[in-house]
Write a protein that binds this ligand. Structure first.
Ligand SMILES: *[C@@H]1O[C@H](CO)[C@@H](O)[C@H](O)[C@H]1NC(C)=O
Ligand SMILES: *[C@@H]1O[C@H](CO)[C@@H](O)[C@H](O)[C@H]1NC(C)=O
Ligand SMILES: *[C@@H]1O[C@H](CO)[C@@H](O)[C@H](O)[C@H]1NC(C)=O
Ligand SMILES: *[C@@H]1O[C@H](CO)[C@@H](O)[C@H](O)[C@H]1NC(C)=O
Ligand SMILES: *[C@@H]1O[C@H](CO)[C@@H](O)[C@H](O)[C@H]1NC(C)=O
Ligand SMILES: *[C@@H]1O[C@H](CO)[C@@H](O)[C@H](O)[C@H]1NC(C)=O
Ligand SMILES: *[C@@H]1O[C@H](CO)[C@@H](O)[C@H](O)[C@H]1NC(C)=O
Ligand SMILES: *[C@@H]1O[C@H](CO)[C@@H](O)[C@H](O)[C@H]1NC(C)=O
Ligand SMILES: *[C@@H]1O[C@H](CO)[C@@H](O)[C@H](O)[C@H]1NC(C)=O
Ligand SMILES: CC(=O)N[C@H]1CO[C@H](CO)[C@@H](O)[C@@H]1O
Length: 704
């Protein structure tokens, strides 16, 4: 018998539900009000620079740059994106009118008659040349623009995806009698091209802890900067040249005006299935105005590159994926093939876009079938042979993270089948493969004594307890008991160091990607105790925010807190400062601290279409609330501690049954739901479970 998916049946009933989400935390919202963004300060000048007006430097002043090496660096106060417009009031090249031949471009023949333009996300990258965006071994260089009287906008192919500092310069090849008088007008903000009101997010979060509020909005803004038009990816044709960059590569599978969710705003500006593991959920709860269209389009850029022979999806979507294919083998990934399937399934479940689901079903089945031949017949474990991954080393063999992901993929596919209405004939097989993986991973890869999973079954693999595998094991329910889950979570938490949670599988690095998944795993392991999850956020995300940008989250950094990432030898300014896989707390603070989850991926079907489970104990927070919109309607929830009284409320689309878990610290507490007393006999794990709650508004109250 086929059970219809309750979500989709009830979706029809709930379309009329529309609760407007208020936004009490707008002051933390980092999105610009207008697409014309202005600099907030002047970081520094060098060489011969004069200006009119007050003695104190201000970014709206008119400056005169004279002779070689005259530079001015503007500060935008936070990460921004786009192309600048400059007002040229006067210019003299070698004492005469400047010529515009060859410009704009990266070559400026001597004596140079152009104004240098360079961007940087970090202080470390500030200079005549931009920080690195094409490849860690390639120089982006200085873009020279013509100094013609009047207003000049840098062409959109040179819109920078993310930067805080903009340096304008007369370079070393300028003659001494060249000078230019100019004023910086603005930068035209190019991110999230499909949103007419950039600062009007569909989700919000608000709590008594301002650090958490700021982290939530910095995550949402990171995602927004990384949402770009499909004709503005990194252009790799500059790779053979001495320098140069552009953001005008077109992603195959999409039209030029379509919007896509990328991994990072400066780079790679490209769809990546692994990044979606974090970003899809963050998009759902923060910038979900178009029912996850940017996620759908990122997936399309992966589907278009499915290998015709093997059935594997690419490591990266187009256009980066096309580049990897052009340079040959090596860039094929067992994990990213699976993340593509997971991304598809999550998108279908969260968006209700069954049409898309059916359209790509055959491709998904092909890629899943392509994995069967790597299953070791003795153990049922995936024996990885294509090690490209999120940056870690030693991926391959019977690896814990790979198998946790495989387990998750097979289970998700069994679920999504119900929504698609086509079972592919394989559901029973998938569930039995998954069950075998779970038992083999626990038999062969769990170290009972250490209370952690090994990396893989080889002797080298048994000497390392990875972050990715252990986090994935919790996150995807590969553990066999709550005790085991808590032991692993506790042991991971004990490794938390001054600058963040280490990823020993990438020695010397902190991975905010795995950290994002760990935040969620820590909440999940102990919903009745938020202390470990929040300790991780308050340590690692606080450090990341204050050190690297105060507005976005960085891709990775050194375990000593430095701006290094072992994955990029020598390429510290290549590190992306606005990277979606680092934004996990934006999801977890809403879905686990506030405790409102509609992600059907996480929900035990016995709980229904949604769960409200506040994580109060150990949070150090006296109130938390938030809301967001999905295709089913508007959702909001919140809770407040007032002395010995805890109260909570929720407003969910009507017609959807869900479950409330009420935090109760002891038996005998007085508990009311919607004003009526409930018995506390169902208390377990610090919660009273109230199932089968209809949609609409509800309240609870506990006196301890
Ligand atoms: C600096 O530039 C101004 C304007 O071009 C010029 O008058 C002045 O002599 C220059 N100063 C130096 C020290 O070169
Ligand atoms: C700069 O000029 C050289 C020589 O003409 C040429 O080979 C190179 O491709 C140019 N580089 C760029 C970025 O235009
Ligand atoms: C992308 O397409 C839009 C709309 O056609 C156009 O305005 C924009 O200049 C294009 N961007 C690039 C980088 O080519
Ligand atoms: C300009 O800077 C370059 C190094 O970037 C240096 O070689 C040159 O001497 C400087 N020129 C002047 C006039 O300061
Ligand atoms: C795993 O794959 C490797 C590489 O193809 C192969 O050498 C090894 O025999 C496989 N192991 C198992 C248990 O299938
Ligand atoms: C097993 O894990 C170790 C430690 O991460 C790694 O060095 C090794 O390459 C892995 N072995 C295989 C077969 O992938
Ligand atoms: C996790 O796995 C256990 C069996 O090991 C199962 O009882 C439980 O229902 C699973 N939890 C979820 C949320 O699927
Ligand atoms: C972030 O803000 C804090 C506090 O104002 C400041 O100390 C720190 O330097 C800022 N970091 C960056 C990268 O701007
Ligand atoms: C207690 O749990 C049982 C079984 O899940 C359920 O039928 C009952 O409604 C619950 N009672 C309360 C007060 O939630
Ligand atoms: C590696 C490590 O610290 N393992 C610990 C995990 O937690 C269990 C139970 O608390 C300890 O016995 C292990 O020593």
């Amino acid at each position: 018998m086929r059970v219809p998916n309750i979500l989709f049946v009830l979706a029809w009933i709930s379309l009329s539900a529309c609760v407007s989400a208020s936004n009490p935390q707008q002051r933390h919202n980092l999105a610009p009000y207008s697409r014309k963004v202005r600099a907030t300060g002047v970081l520094k000048t060098s060489g011969n620079i004069t200006h009119d007006g007050t003695r104190k430097l201000a970014p709206d002043q008119t400056f005169t740059l004279s002779g070689p090496n005259a530079t001015i660096t503007y500060d935008f106060g936070q990460m921004t994106a786009g192309y600048p417009t400059i007002l040229f009031k006067d210019a003299k090249c070698s004492g005469k009118t400047c010529s515009t031949i060859e410009l704009p471009g990266f070559n400026c023949s001597s004596p140079c008659q152009g104004l240098g333009v360079a961007f940087s996300e970090s202080l470390q990258g500030v200079g005549y040349a931009s920080d690195l965006s094409v490849l860690y071994s390639h120089v982006d260089g200085t873009l020279y623009i013509p100094m013609v009287k009047g207003s000049y906008s840098v062409p959109s192919q040179w819109a920078r995806g993310s930067f805080r500092y903009l340096t304008l310069s007369l370079g070393p090849k300028t003659s001494p009698d060249t000078s230019v008088k100019l004023q910086l007008s603005h930068v035209y903000f190019t991110a999230q091209p499909n949103n007419p009101r950039l600062d009007d997010y569909s989700g919000y979060f608000h709590s008594s802890d301002d650090l958490l509020n700021r982290i939530w909005y910095a995550g949402a803004y990171t995602l927004q900067l990384s949402t770009v038009s499909a004709n503005s990816s990194i252009q790799r044709s500059y790779l053979g040249q001495a320098s140069g960059w552009a953001n005008n590569a077109q992603a195959n599978g999409l039209g030029p005006n379509e919007v896509m969710l990328t991994d990072g705003a400066k780079r790679d500006r490209n769809g990546w299935a692994g990044d979606l593991a974090v970003a899809t959920n963050v998009a759902l709860v923060s910038n979900n105005k178009d029912n996850l269209a940017s996620v759908r389009n990122a997936l399309k850029t992966c589907f278009v590159l499915q290998d015709a022979d093997t059935g594997y999806f690419p490591y990266a979507g187009s256009p980066f994926g096309d580049f990897f294919l052009s340079v040959g083998a090596g860039y094929v990934s067992d994990t990213y093939n699976l993340w593509t399937i997971v991304g598809y399934a999550e998108y279908i479940l969260l968006s209700g876009d069954v049409t898309f689901g059916k359209q790509y079903w055959d491709q998904i089945i092909r890629s899943l079938h392509a994995t069967y031949s790597y299953v070791d017949p003795i153990t049922g474990l995936f024996n990885g042979t294509r090690g490209a991954d999120w940056g870690r080393i030693g991926q391959g063999g019977k690896n814990t993270a790979l198998n946790a992901l495989y387990f998750h993929t097979l289970n998700l596919m069994a679920r999504v089948t119900k929504s698609i209405g086509s079972d592919g004939g394989d559901v029973a097989k998938w569930l039995s493969m998954a069950a075998r993986i779970k038992s083999s991973v626990n038999d062969l890869l769990y170290d009972e004594k250490a209370g952690l999973f090994f990396d893989n079954t080889t002797s080298a693999g048994r000497s390392l307890y990875p972050q990715d595998g252990n986090v994935a094991a919790i996150r995807f329910n590969l553990t066999q008991s709550a005790t085991q889950t808590v032991t692993i979570a506790n042991n991971l938490s004990n490794r938390l160091a001054k600058f963040g949670a280490p990823a020993p599988e990438l020695p010397g690095a902190i991975s905010p990607f795995m950290g994002s998944l760990e935040v969620d795993a820590q909440f999940l392991a102990t919903p009745g105790d938020a202390s470990r999850a929040l300790n991780l956020i308050r340590t690692q995300w606080k450090y990341m925010m204050q050190t690297f940008s105060n507005s976005t989250f960085i891709e990775g950094y050194g375990s000593d807190g430095s701006l290094t990432y072992p994955f990029y030898p020598g390429g510290s300014t290549f590190i992306s400062h606005a990277h979606v896989w680092s934004t996990g707390p934006t999801y977890s603070l809403l879905n686990r601290l506030v405790g409102l989850r509609v992600n059907p991926v996480d929900i035990d079907s016995a709980d229904g279409a949604w769960v409200f489970q506040p994580s109060v104990q150990g949070s150090g927070v006296s109130f938390a609330d938030g809301g967001f919109k999905t295709f089913l309607g508007s959702w909001s929830a919140g809770w407040k501690v007032d002395g010995r009284r805890l109260s909570g409320s929720i407003d969910v689309p009507s017609g959807l049954l869900g479950t409330i878990y009420i935090p109760v610290s002891k038996f005998g507490s007085s508990v009311k739901v919607d004003g009526k007393k409930v018995r506390t006999s169902n208390m377990s794990g610090g919660f009273i479970r109230v199932p089968n709650v209809a949609g609409g508004k509800h309240t609870f109250e506990v006196r301890n």
